[in-house]
Design a protein around this ligand. Structure first.
Ligand SMILES: *Cc1c(COP(=O)(O)O)cnc(C)c1O
Length: 258
């Protein structure tokens, strides 16, 4: 099977691929992975990761049926949001939802709580407390995922699975009345071969199962794992949300960042 290359051109036929074509192909791959794993295709949500891409591209993806989006920077999404609202993306019975999937600094907590439907990168008790306070002040309930560091060796964000911070967080979350916990999220170390990510995906599922038994007051239904190059493997290991950017929108411009 050939893959679309990162310019959005079909590698073997040189036919321009539209965003809708890319989304249809990803959805087919989700369905195929579900079939291999004996899972219902509706058990996996496709999140389109639109960071660095324009409001126009987001509207095009929405027109092709996407309702769940991921953005990793508060300011960047804030800058696109008015155009999306003006186009009616948040109106009607089936509004688009945007999750924050990037690291969140404490000085951006209030703004993030205003503009996002969920923060999928809660990686400390302190951040959870700040988000709960911000959501309380705004009289809203914020959905959250806990970001787990499934690989000790990689310099990735997330809470260590065996940390006292995670235990304290899970004990206190039921009392944070303005947060609704959905599940766990992870980003494994990048490996060209997606099979190398499998142990990390499996680790997240096993951790979810043991935490769910240990902390029955916390709902940990969702497993957000898998990106463009490895989401079929993540689905085989139980992903309920896959976060796909490049395979939908094409390559991102290189960003200089610390
Ligand atoms: C950018 C990003 C993605 C999407 O990555 P692709 O490889 O473009 O699919 C998924 N998850 C997180 C946390 C990201 O930052």
């Amino acid at each position: 099977m050939f893959r679309a290359d990162h310019t959005g051109l079909c590698a073997t036929q040189w036919m321009p691929m539209t965003l809708a074509d890319n989304i249809a192909r990803v959805q087919q791959q989700i369905a195929d992975a579900c079939r291999r794993a004996g899972r219902a295709p509706e058990s996996v949500m496709l999140m389109a990761v639109s960071k660095t891409h324009s409001a126009e591209a987001i509207l095009e993806a929405a027109a092709a049926g996407i309702r769940l989006f991921g953005e990793n920077r508060v300011q960047e999404f804030a800058g696109k949001r008015d155009a999306l609202a003006a186009a009616g993306l948040f109106a009607g019975s089936d509004p688009a939802r945007f999750h924050c999937i990037g690291p969140l600094q404490s000085n951006k907590v209030n703004r993030a709580t205003e503009i996002f439907d969920a923060v999928d990168t809660v990686d400390s008790l302190r951040l959870a407390q700040r988000l709960d306070q911000a959501a309380a002040a705004q009289d809203k309930t914020l959905a959250v995922h806990l970001e787990i560091k499934t690989s000790p060796e990689a310099a990735k964000h997330g809470i260590a699975p065996d940390s006292t911070d995670l235990a304290a967080l899970l004990e206190q979350l039921p009392d944070m009345r303005h947060l609704r916990v959905c599940g766990l999220m992870t980003v494994p170390p990048f490996a060209a071969n997606p099979e190398e990510a499998r142990p990390y995906f499996r680790r997240l599922r096993e951790l979810r199962n043991s935490l769910a038994a240990q902390y029955p007051r916390v709902s940990l239904k969702e497993l957000s794992m898998g990106m463009s190059h490895d989401f079929p493997v993540a689905i085989e290991e139980g992903a309920t949300v896959v976060r796909v950017g490049t395979a939908i929108f094409g390559a991102r411009p290189p960003v200089a960042r610390g």
